[in-house]
Design a binder for this molecule. Structure first.
Ligand SMILES: Cc1cc2nc3c(=O)[nH]c(=O)nc-3n(C[C@H](O)[C@H](O)[C@H](O)COP(=O)(O)OP(=O)(O)OC[C@H]3O[C@@H](n4cnc5c(N)ncnc54)[C@H](O)[C@@H]3O)c2cc1C
Length: 436
């Protein structure tokens, strides 16, 4: 292997997932010389298969929407199921969002999705190298350096005017800068696998994600195009620590705790291995510095519940491409551009955080899953539409949803006070789990 001819570029990108390939493609389109280093080889497995409607404009901008349509299955809604609310099931259709421009998203196998994005960035002129692991960086001088190692153990050095870390959960720069910290407000872990023969919803609902609350956390069912369903359980640490059997057996046993899930998987079999991801919620104290930027999971990851990870990764990459291009142009003051970028990325993450931190709380269950009759009230409909906009990834700068979201949060508070004991007990439990 000798793909490394020229080693100095305008921009170096660490990681060829959704964030890295998006920023690399967009910067190459702007005429920048870009080199991307990926430690694995595509296609490779990755968790994170359910996309959001607001991914679609980014996929269109990248020119890959048709290819994603070919490998994906359309997801028109997110379906929530609970055993302890008046309404056992409610489906949140994206078409009912406050600004309903994007009525569906896609469920994708990430091996296929990421390969499309990777090939696309190569097509746009990015020097994208697989099997090249970044082992260190040098950020001191104006020229930024990357030290990497190929699969034969040979060392390589790359340099650029700007360095982007899109290394996902490996958080290459945050580790080096010692800026990564666990999220003190959220501590969950997940076990998951791919299953065949899982019962699906019918018609237009066949591609919807199903979410089931249960006493140990919540469960996702994500139908994929080839008949496989991705199933995962996101659980409190104490429950996962109680495991005394092999992971696959524990996954099956956990799924069977919910009667409806048990019914849907009665003919199903696990294909491949069951997998686990320990406490996954973290953030870096630093999003950028002199000549470098952290995007996607390399900066922060909170929780999979609203399928926001890939969207947030690609959205921070899209904004990051504009920022880096302007910084390289060097004709605008740096600080204001960087702080605008940082606050917009943080705002998008925070829009999801409010719901994520409360997702398992009885007050939010009750509010999301009220009875059919109550849900028909026009004001309730308006609030639900605003929540759907957030779930679609359309919260940033969306002034239309501000007021209804405030009202929704106020109602949440009332619900919490109305059942103070129950909610207080839950908060106590959550805090205790966060400290384990
Ligand atoms: C249990 C779970 C379920 C999830 N479900 C969903 C979901 O349904 N929908 C959703 O949108 N999100 C989901 N996510 C989140 C989603 O997986 C991530 O947010 C998303 O993949 C982030 O994209 P990224 O490009 O930032 O990082 P990644 O996709 O992780 O890409 C990073 C890339 O960098 C490469 N890399 C790492 N280190 C190095 C190195 N040293 N040198 C070179 N290359 C390197 C990796 O090989 C990888 O290809 C889930 C997360 C978890 C934990």
């Amino acid at each position: 292997m000798n793909p490394v001819q020229q080693n100095h570029y305008d921009v170096l990108v660490i990681g060829g997932g959704p964030a890295g390939t998006t920023i690399a493609s967009l910067l190459a389109e702007k005429g920048r010389s870009v080199c991307l280093l990926e430690k694995a080889h595509h296609p490779r497995f990755h968790i994170g298969e359910s996309l959001l409607p607001m991914n679609l404009p980014i996929l269109k901008k990248l020119g890959v929407l048709d290819q994603v349509d070919a490998i994906g299955i359309k997801k028109y809604a997110a379906e929530f199921n609970s055993t302890d609310t008046l309404l056992a099931q409610d489906t949140f259709y994206f078409a009912k969002a406050t600004t309903p421009g994007h009525p569906f998203a896609y469920q994708v196998r990430r091996s296929e999705f990421d390969e499309i994005l990777f090939k696309n960035c190569k097509k746009k002129g990015v020097v994208a190298i697989e099997g090249m692991t970044v082992i260190g960086t040098d950020l001191k001088d104006s020229v930024k350096k990357i030290h990497a190692q190929d699969e034969q153990g040979k060392r390589h050095e790359f340099s650029a005017r700007y360095l982007i870390d899109a290394s996902g959960r490996d958080t290459v720069l945050a580790q080096q800068l010692n800026s990564k910290h666990k999220n003190p407000k959220h501590k969950m872990a997940a076990i998951y696998g791919h299953f065949n023969n899982v019962e699906r919803r019918t018609g237009k609902d066949a591609g919807n994600i199903s979410i089931y609350w249960f006493k140990h956390g919540w469960i996702w069912l994500i139908p994929l195009k080839d008949g496989i369903t991705s199933i995962g359980c996101v659980c409190w640490p104490d429950y996962l620590k109680s495991r005394t059997m092999p992971l696959a057996e524990f996954l099956q046993q956990t799924l069977e705790l919910i009667p409806e899930v048990r019914e849907r998987i009665r003919h199903a079999q696990l294909e491949g291995k069951a997998q686990a991801t320990g406490n996954y919620s973290y953030q870096s104290n630093t999003m950028s510095g002199d000549g470098f930027l952290l995007i996607g999971d390399a900066y922060a990851f909170v929780d999979p519940v609203f399928s926001s990870g890939v969207y947030l990764a690609m959205q921070s990459a899209t904004k990051g491409a504009d920022l880096v291009d302007q910084l390289l142009e060097n004709n605008t003051p740096h600080k204001s551009l960087i702080s605008q970028f940082e606050s917009s990325v943080a705002e998008e993450i925070n829009a999801f955080c409010w719901f994520i931190y409360r997702f398992n709380s009885p007050a939010l269950h009750k509010l999301l899953m009220s009875s059919d009759e109550a849900a028909q009230h026009p004001i309730k409909q308006k609030l639900k539409s605003a929540v759907i906009s957030v779930l679609a990834g359309d919260a940033y700068n969306n002034t239309k949803i501000r007021l209804p979201l405030r009202a929704f949060k106020f109602l949440y508070l009332i619900n919490k006070l109305a059942e103070f004991k129950k909610n207080h007990a839950f908060n106590h439990f959550r805090k205790q789990q966060n400290q384990t």
